[in-house]
Design a protein around this ligand. Structure first.
Ligand SMILES: N[C@@H](CCC(=O)N[C@@H](CS)C(=O)NCC(=O)O)C(=O)O
Length: 215
């Protein structure tokens, strides 16, 4: 099984299935396709049917889309319990995962993932306030119900789906509730998250469209 990903510093979508694979101890080979430099878009289109990463290659399948990859891993490795065991909790986890996959556009556009950067005050908070409010309500609700430390108790697919949001909160010092701050603290201690961030910090490539100060 191979996972094609983008730069660990920037590629928020790649981070999600990678965390699931690493955290749940599923063997795979990772391959990075840098999202900058001459002809990177063409190279990506040659490899990925959607022209995007992440892309999982497994059992003669090409599986694009982060959430679909996580669902495939859940089907193939049911013993790993990638989603919460409790059916009600699982429904909440999947619903929240779909919400971040399809929404939070203002937050995602205004605050691109850029792990190695520190840019407090660089994001116009009023322009993303509605997304921050929804985030506080959604994640706060999950954490309150589950009792934490992760969104549904133990680390699961929904934490992986929101992990890049945590990276954005850290980079731009976005104001969030204490519930979310505690969740980020727990997430930051997770070996898979530490490994991803450590690798991101070694990268030197620049993706200008994800650098707020380059725009
Ligand atoms: N909905 C997709 C989004 C994938 C995506 O947009 N990936 C970005 C990198 S983080 C990409 O490949 N961008 C290249 C491009 O848009 O040309 C998913 O969930 O995997």
């Amino acid at each position: 099984m191979r996972l094609l990903i983008g730069n660990k510093n920037y590629s928020s979508w790649s981070m999600r299935p990678w965390l699931v694979l690493v955290h749940f101890g599923i063997e795979f080979t990772e391959e990075i396709l840098w999202l900058s430099g001459d002809g990177w878009k063409e190279k990506l289109r040659e490899r990925s049917p959607t022209g995007k990463v992440p892309l999982l290659m497994a059992e003669q399948l090409l599986i694009p889309e982060s959430l679909a990859i996580i669902e495939y891993l859940n089907d193939r490795f049911p013993e790993k319990k990638i989603w919460p065991e409790d059916r009600i909790m699982r429904a909440r986890a999947r619903s929240a995962s779909c919400e971040i996959h399809a929404g939070f556009h203002a937050l995602r556009n205004a605050a691109p993932m850029n792990i190695r950067a520190s840019m407090p005050g660089r994001v116009d908070i009023p322009s993303i306030q509605a997304d921050l409010d929804r985030l506080n309500l959604l994640l706060g609700g999950l954490l309150e119900r589950s009792g934490g430390p992760f969104l549904c108790g133990d680390f699961s697919g929904v934490d992986a789906m929101f992990a890049p949001v945590a990276m954005r909160i850290l980079t731009y010092h976005l104001p969030v509730s204490e519930y979310i701050q505690n969740w980020i603290a727990a997430l930051s201690e997770l070996p898979a998250v530490k490994a991803w961030r450590a690798a991101a910090l070694t990268e030197t490539q620049i993706v200008p469209q994800d650098e707020l100060d380059a725009n």
